[in-house]
Write a protein that binds this ligand. Structure first.
Ligand SMILES: [Zn+2]
Length: 250
């Protein structure tokens, strides 16, 4: 299902595939804003409509996704409508993702880290990993030419793993939080009688801020988002790539 699409949407440079509407904004909204600002065409694919969430309805989440997409300036937002809470990397879902990858042809894919504690997030990683491979199989005929993304980067819950690289999102932090706040149904303060949720906790946005500032402090910037990858990263110019913003590193 296409939630949001700019009129000139054709191919994408990067696609973020996540389990729930709001995961992309929370996990890497700053990096998405940065990439869009640099002229790259970025998309978000939500695998489920978040219908199992304690607060909000799937319809609200779809509307919130549309507003958040505009806030970040992305080119396309899709929702696959897979079962929230029961996400599985099964064949039908994999083929549907193959068709998305072959249609939008993003060289860069972002998704949840494999060791994320939420089972839907783990399933999303497996689904992405498998579909990215399948999309490149010449003999798999889905009516679209084969295409295989080149890079898979993952995010979320960094205390469970060591980031491979950090992105300076200081300039885009407010835009990220504005996008996260579009999901009123999830992050608005709990009303009396509502069930307690992780995102509805009054300290949630503070903890997001603290985590990003903490990583930023390691590389001399105000806010950083953190990513993991299994592949070797090649840089053309190590001094340009790693020159510190401020602070000490030894
Ligand atoms: Zn999620």
């Amino acid at each position: 299902m296409i939630i949001y699409e700019t009129p000139d949407t054709t191919e994408l440079d990067a696609l973020t595939v996540v389990a729930h509407p709001d995961d992309a904004e929370i996990g890497m909204g700053g990096t998405i804003a940065l990439l869009v600002d640099r002229g790259y065409r970025v998309g978000i694919l939500d695998l489920t409509r978040g219908e199992m969430a304690s607060r909000g309805t799937p319809e609200q989440r779809l509307e919130e996704s549309r507003t958040a997409s505009k806030t970040l300036g992305i080119a396309v937002r899709l929702n696959m409508g897979l079962p929230d809470g029961f996400l599985q990397p099964e064949a039908t879902a994999r083929l549907e993702l193959v068709r998305v990858l072959r249609s939008y042809r993003p060289l860069f894919i972002f998704t949840h880290h494999l060791r994320d504690p939420h089972p839907d997030h783990t399933a999303a990683y497996q689904l992405v990993r498998q579909a990215a491979h399948n999309a490149g199989l010449g003999k798999l005929d889905e009516g679209l030419p084969p295409f295989r993304p080149k890079y898979l980067f993952t995010f979320g819950m960094p205390h469970r793993w060591q980031p491979s690289f950090l992105v300076d999102v200081s300039q885009y932090w407010e835009q990220k939080i504005a996008a996260v706040r579009c999901f009123h149904s999830q992050v608005s303060p709990l009303r009396p009688g509502e069930p307690e949720t992780y995102l509805g906790d009054p300290g949630f946005l503070d903890s997001l801020d603290a985590q990003s500032r903490s990583y930023g402090s390691l590389v001399g910037v105000t806010h950083a988002e953190y990513f993991h990858t299994e592949i070797m990263l090649l840089v053309a110019d190590p001094i340009e790539a790693f020159k510190p913003k401020r602070g000490r590193f030894l």
